[in-house]
Design a protein around this ligand. Structure first.
Ligand SMILES: *Cc1c(COP(=O)(O)O)cnc(C)c1O
Length: 341
């Protein structure tokens, strides 16, 4: 009630984006909603609850603490997948709670199988393959061993996935590199097939990849940025509009951030506005002070760069963003109501 600003998530926008994605990927492909990084800033708890209401039942995070936050609010039948960092305690917790984990080295694979045995649970594993991003994943030379280890421990694991991650599928300059990654991934999938190790999901695509490389959608796509209503890059948007012969924007932004103008001032030509000398009034300028700053997450790098909507008019952030406030240029806005929260 006493907040200086608040963040709203629009469910209708999320529904729109999810059905756009669903139409692309079809019935036979599962969508995992990527909610790492506090759901790309949307608020992990709020977002997960809303996405579940829209039919999402699989979420991807990067670390155990993020998984815990999803776990605390999710429905019983919703799955969580950890794609990155898990320590030993986290791994035990994950296995005990049926949380899916990516494994990308033999140490972790053995640890997971050992914990599963101790806990008398099956570890839900996704085997990550290194195909050319060089972040995490089993290398070519390790695959044989991994297959043997998995075959020798069938009672201690469920092979939920075999996966890889592309390095910048949103950029055409990476086309050759991605093509190479695709070849390597397919080769490894064949090795698993030959060994009759069949995963529930073969998955490789993030948002950009599912747009650019439809044949790689396979059984599951891991969708982050697109579900929030943003294109991975201008290139991917142009590619989409050309292929579909439309300039209509099919995605809607989910997040909006509202505040108010707490003070209005008239500044004379030649005066500096805010800290330092980063903004010099070039003419008599009407400014407004908004009680939102970098302390609330409005990036300091948006000093003299950011934009805000005041009465529906797009105005410039001027001067440096302060910890608790920022200034906007109101010269184009006729009547501004000052509000004190
Ligand atoms: C972040 C991430 C994604 C989602 O990427 P978007 O481009 O936001 O769709 C998918 N897979 C992995 C491994 C990731 O780290």
């Amino acid at each position: 009630m006493f907040e200086t600003s608040n963040i709203n998530l629009k469910k209708a926008a999320l529904k729109n984006n999810l059905s756009f994605i669903q139409n692309l990927i079809g019935e036979d492909c599962k969508m995992s909603s990527v909610v790492k990084g506090n759901a790309y800033g949307h608020g992990i708890e709020e977002y997960v609850v809303m996405a579940e209401e829209c039919g999402v039942n699989h979420f991807s995070v990067y670390s155990t603490d993020e998984a815990q936050r999803v776990f605390n609010v999710k429905n019983t039948n919703t799955s969580i997948m950890i794609m990155g960092s898990v320590d030993d305690d986290g791994l035990a917790w994950a296995i005990d709670n049926d949380i899916e984990v990516w494994v990308f080295d033999e140490e972790r694979l053995n640890k997971a199988l050992q914990l599963a045995e101790n806990l008398r649970k099956k570890a839900k594993l996704h085997i990550e393959i290194e195909t050319g991003m060089y972040r995490t994943g089993f290398e070519n030379g390790e695959i044989k061993n991994v297959i043997q280890t998995l075959q020798g421990n069938l009672e201690h694991h469920t092979l939920v996935g075999i996966c890889t991650h592309f390095a910048s599928a949103e950029s055409i300059s990476n086309y050759y590199r991605i093509k190479e990654q695709i070849k390597r991934f397919k080769r490894v999938l064949k090795q698993f097939e030959k060994a009759t190790l069949h995963p529930v999901y073969r998955h490789a695509c993030c948002s950009a990849a599912l747009l650019r490389f439809p044949e790689m959608r396979m059984d599951m796509v891991r969708v982050g940025i697109l579900q929030y209503g943003f294109w991975p890059s201008t290139e991917t948007f142009i590619d989409y509009t050309q292929k579909n012969k439309t300039m209509d924007e099919p995605l809607h932004r989910i997040i909006s951030w509202k505040s108010h103008v707490m003070s209005v001032k008239h500044v004379k030509t030649g005066e500096y506005i805010g800290y330092g000398t980063s903004y010099l009034a070039q003419s008599d300028t009407k400014i407004g002070i908004v009680p939102v700053g970098y302390g609330h997450g409005f990036a300091r790098s948006l000093s003299n760069q950011g934009r805000a909507l005041i009465n529906g008019i797009r105005v410039a952030v001027i001067g440096t963003v302060n910890m608790n406030s920022l200034a906007v240029d109101l010269s184009e806005v006729e009547s501004v109501k000052k509000e004190i929260a």
